[in-house]
Design a protein around this ligand. Structure first.
Ligand SMILES: [Zn+2]
Length: 825
């Protein structure tokens, strides 16, 4: 065996040396010059696989599959010697971050280039092929001390959606007229992934399969440099580092400074060619879920590069200034910055390693430990997220924690028992601070995204931030035994607290169980079950074979705890046969999609029903919607959108008739405008107080800043909840909402105002003072009855990016609990 091995090895060395001189360029391999066509994702995969075979300077690692089963892979690009020692290079590098141990000090730069996170920003995957080819042919010298990791396409489903569409409609030769069909991408466009999520907003929340799989390989490496290649509007030439303010305060001076060095290196190449660019404007480093900030908060110099182009540009388009912008140009620019990034990194290896180490040794944190308590399902969901980020945690014994109390926004002492503790004495300390601190310091209020995301509010957990380190025990695994004997009880009760409970309800309904819920608290054997608790009786389920064991099997496999009750006679007078215990009918749900909806708003619901609730719904298309469509449904969900065209006066009347007969509409965010001020809907916009018009002059340059006083782009507010209404079941009397806009509506005069803002103090994040003033005494979530049916108004969108865990139950309540009448189709 050994001798054969050596023979094989020498053959391998000889053959790869020969092949190395004959490696096919992208043009040779694909049969066309880059920039003359768009390359389908499978052909990109082919080329990378070809390169890995033809060159000893490339190793491929498959790291997953997309929702549509496309391959996700990264390529390691370096010298054969480095590739042979990849694992020790990785360990030595991670040891600088305080992770694991090393056999030698780190002496390589780790540069990670990510392409095409937005599928229709399509020049970058093409550029990646040119870049990897040149790295292993003419630019080998940089690879002596550098490992380049290339992800040629983060979002293959979105990219192919764009490329397939473009190839179908484009003229030959291409038409550069801006109004040509090939520059007018149809809904929903190629930007998002399969579930229409923006993957460049998902790094921190890791809700999507692409992100989840990528984080595993990303955290294995934690590179020094991470570049996320994008495209912007056709008239803005090129953007590269340094980034714009605001910078999050965890970003070090070194990270700022090296961005400038990188930018200057690029500028040298761009100036030589006479290419235009801008820096330090527009793209900031604050919200932690981007492809630049997430790597930055994990020790990298994280950057976004933006080329003019986007889903409009095709193979060539005339800009507003009358210049022809071609795919070839776009590839050339992204190729240049990619190589320039590797070059400058290779020239600064020692500094990169020294500063990377310093980033992780920073101990200067106000809060040393975050201590969280609450519903076990939510705690489990949070620990799953922490595991994805490789953030360590533990649990406390019975103790008292002094510190900042999130609920009351004050210093307090809280007694806790077996609470979750996340501390900053770990390599991922900066991520911990960014995700958990109550209020991130904002150096400039003009930002690109939401300004608040604090996990304790998003997960609805009672939290104390402590300035001293809280000691923890080793993690104790779930000690609950689910497969206990459920016997042959006449009924079982399940508390209603989380999306896990809602998913179980969905499973029971799909398995044809008849389920009830209680509208009043109910007490059995001294144990109180709150409003919304599910009740499953044997007498309701005579059609289910082996009722007790069938139900127990489902509960066990869903890890749901049921309480068995011996008799229908309760402790508190709400017996099993009470009229306040109502049946939950299987809802027949239609979800609007298409041109009139926000693709993100629709995608969040599609994902929620399919992947979280696992509940069957019918996605319908607004273009072919008519009143007749509703006859086979009893719930209509209108995601954020503009439905003016769908619901003209006549269609709105038909909708109202359907509601009167027992239909239920759940309208979210922008969809509320469909009903605002319309007769019979009782939804009124809160008018802003007239301001005394000051006789003042605002300069042109300051007008942008003047406008921000009218905006809320994402800030956290404390609301009150009527927990006696089915929409509020499973909640406490206060709830922290993420407000994403300044739309404000009065309390419902004829309906139920269930969640509302009595106050307008911002708990976390930025809100323009005029907008904030106006949201005092406004509706957040409410229900309006119209004869037998209902409209549920959701001013805020709890499904936003699927990360506001604590809001999702409101939506599940709207589906299953609120006015779940026996509307017969
Ligand atoms: Zn982009």
């Amino acid at each position: 065996m050994r001798r054969h091995f050596f023979t094989l090895l020498s053959f391998f060395i000889i053959s790869t040396t020969i092949f190395a001189q004959n490696i096919q360029s992208p043009k040779d391999f694909l049969g066309y010059e880059l920039g003359t066509r768009f390359t389908n994702h499978y052909r990109v995969v082919d080329y990378y696989q070809y390169l890995a075979k033809a060159s000893n300077m490339i190793q491929l690692e498959e790291y997953g599959k997309t929702n549509e089963h496309r391959l996700l892979q990264i390529a390691y690009v370096s010298t054969p010697e480095n590739l042979a020692n990849l694992e020790s290079i990785r360990k030595n590098h991670l040891a600088n971050a305080g992770i694991g141990t090393s056999s030698a000090s780190a002496d390589k730069a780790i540069v990670w280039l990510s392409y095409n996170v937005h599928g229709n920003e399509s020049s970058s995957t093409e550029a990646s092929m040119k870049t990897i080819y040149e790295l292993i042919t003419s630019k080998k010298i940089w690879l002596q001390n550098t490992v380049v990791i290339i992800d040629p396409c983060i979002n293959p489903d979105g990219r192919d959606r764009y490329v397939n569409w473009y190839n179908q409609v484009a003229s030959v030769p291409y038409n550069s007229h801006q109004k040509a069909k090939e520059h007018d991408e149809p809904w929903p466009g190629g930007r998002p992934n399969h579930y229409l999520f923006d993957l460049n907003r998902d790094w921190a929340w890791a809700t999507q399969v692409e992100t989840r799989q990528r984080l595993k390989v990303y955290n294995k490496w934690l590179p020094h440099i991470h570049v996320d290649f994008h495209e912007q509007g056709i008239n803005e030439p090129y953007y590269f580092a340094p980034a714009a303010e605001p910078f999050h305060e965890v970003i070090t001076d070194w990270q700022r400074n090296f961005q400038i060095q990188i930018g200057k290196n690029h500028a040298g190449y761009f100036d030589k060619e006479g290419w235009l660019y801008f820096t330090r404007e527009r793209f900031d480093l604050f919200y932690p879920s981007y492809g630049d900030t997430y790597p930055t908060f994990n020790g990298a110099i994280g950057m976004t590069y933006e080329q003019a182009g986007h889903g409009r540009a095709g193979l060539g388009i005339m800009t507003d200034e009358g210049d022809l912008l071609t795919l070839k140009d776009r590839i050339a620019h992204h190729h240049t910055t990619g190589l320039s990034t590797v070059e400058i990194s290779s020239k600064n290896v020692d500094k990169l390693n020294a500063e990377f180490k310093k980033f992780f040794s920073n101990k200067d944190f106000t809060y040393k430990s975050y201590v969280l308590e609450g519903n076990q399902d939510r705690i489990n969901k949070l620990t799953t997220l922490l595991d994805r980020h490789e953030i360590k945690y533990g649990f406390t014994a019975n103790t008292t924690i002094k510190g900042y109390d999130y609920e009351s926004n004050s210093q307090k002492s809280n007694k806790v028992n077996n609470a979750l503790v996340v501390s900053t004495n770990q390599p991922k300390a900066k991520m911990v601070k960014v995700l958990f601190e109550p209020n991130a310091k904002l150096s400039d209020s003009v930002t690109y995204d939401i300004t608040a995301w604090s996990i304790p509010y998003a997960y609805g957990l009672k939290t104390t931030a402590s300035k001293t380190l809280v000691s923890t025990n080793a993690i104790t695994k779930d000690s609950i035994i689910f497969n206990s004997d459920y016997g042959t009880s006449p009924a079982y009760i399940i508390s209603w607290n989380s999306i896990k409970d809602a998913a179980f309800l969905s499973r029971l309904l799909k398995n044809k169980f008849r389920i009830r819920f209680t509208e009043k608290p109910i007490v059995y054997d001294g144990k109180k079950f709150d409003r919304g608790s599910l009740i499953i009786t044997r007498s309701d389920n005579k059609n289910i074979a082996n009722f007790n064991t069938s139900l127990a099997d489902l509960a066990n496999s869903s890890k749901i705890i049921m309480t068995k009750i011996g008799s229908g006679f309760s402790d508190n007078g709400v017996d099993l046969g009470s009229p306040d215990i109502k049946e939950i009918k299987m809802p027949k749900v239609a979800v609007m999609s298409g041109k009139t909806t926000s693709s993100l708003g629709f995608g969040e619901l599609w994902y929620f029903f399919e992947q979280e609730l696992k509940f069957p719904v019918t996605n319908i298309n607004s273009e072919s919607f008519s009143a007749n469509t509703l006859n086979s449904f009893n719930v209509l969900v209108l995601p954020d959108g503009n439905y003016k065209e769908v619901f003209n006066n006549k269609q709105l009347q038909v909708l109202k008739n359907w509601i009167s007969r027992g239909g239920k509409v759940i309208a979210m965010k922008g969809a509320l405008r469909t009903f605002e001020g319309k007769e019979g809907f009782g939804l009124t916009k809160k008018e802003r107080e007239k301001e005394d018009k000051k006789n003042e002059i605002i300069s042109y340059a300051k007008s942008e800043r003047k406008n921000i006083s009218n905006y809320i782009t994402g800030a956290i507010f404390k609301t009150k909840v009527d927990t006696t209404h089915p929409l509020g079941f499973g909640y406490n009397d206060s709830y922290f909402t993420l407000k994403l806009g300044s739309d404000a509506y009065d309390y419902l005069k004829k309906g139920y105002t269930v969640t509302y803002l009595e106050d307008n103090n911002v708990v976390s994040g930025f809100a323009g003072y005029k907008a904030a003033k106006n949201i005092k005494n406004t509706l957040v979530f409410g229900e309006q009855r119209i004869e037998k049916g209902s409209v549920i108004y959701m001013v805020d969108n709890p499904m936003f990016r699927a990360f506001w865990e604590n809001g999702k139950l409101f939506f599940a309540n709207a589906i299953f609990m609120v006015n779940n009448n026996s509307f017969e189709l």
